[in-house]
Design a protein around this ligand. Sequence first.
Ligand code: HEM
Length: 141
Amino acid sequence: MVDARGPGEPTALDLLGGDAALQALVGRFYALMDQDPAYAEIRRLHPPSLEVSADKLYRFLSGWLGGPPLYPERYGPPMLRARHLPYPIGARERDQWLACMRQAMADLGVPAALAAALEQAFARTADWMRNKPGDMPGMPG
Ligand code: HEM
């Protein structure tokens, strides 16, 4: 969750440019995942059509960035780690996901300081998704 606001301060979603900017970011993220061979390994984990994946990520990130919590109203409790358990995720997959998001933010011109702050938050969440035996959060190697 990215929410270090004081009273009256903008949310991370506001800083990003609001709902339309978030939809554009998620669209770019999945277009890159679909097209760039650098992300082929994580692309293979996803369904043939990325349309629903994009809707889910957009809705989840809306709430995660301090904006309206759109995910639960359509998909229920996020339970993000549990929902990733069917997909083998280790350091390689984590790093591909983060690189894809970094490239999407750069392509959309997210200001460097904001992109760096978001990347730190994404990295914590992505690291928590690791679920391969011997490659779990908090385990050496
Ligand atoms: C660490 C590397 C990651 C990999 C390899 C990965 C992969 C996947 C895959 C294969 C799916 C299923 C696609 C679908 O249901 O359409 C998924 C779903 C999802 N991912 Fe990730 N993911 C990663 C990290 C993240 C992170 C860091 C976030 C959020 C910051 C995230 C948010 C979501 C959401 C919201 C869903 C939909 C869950 C559902 O409703 O079933 N993922 N992810």
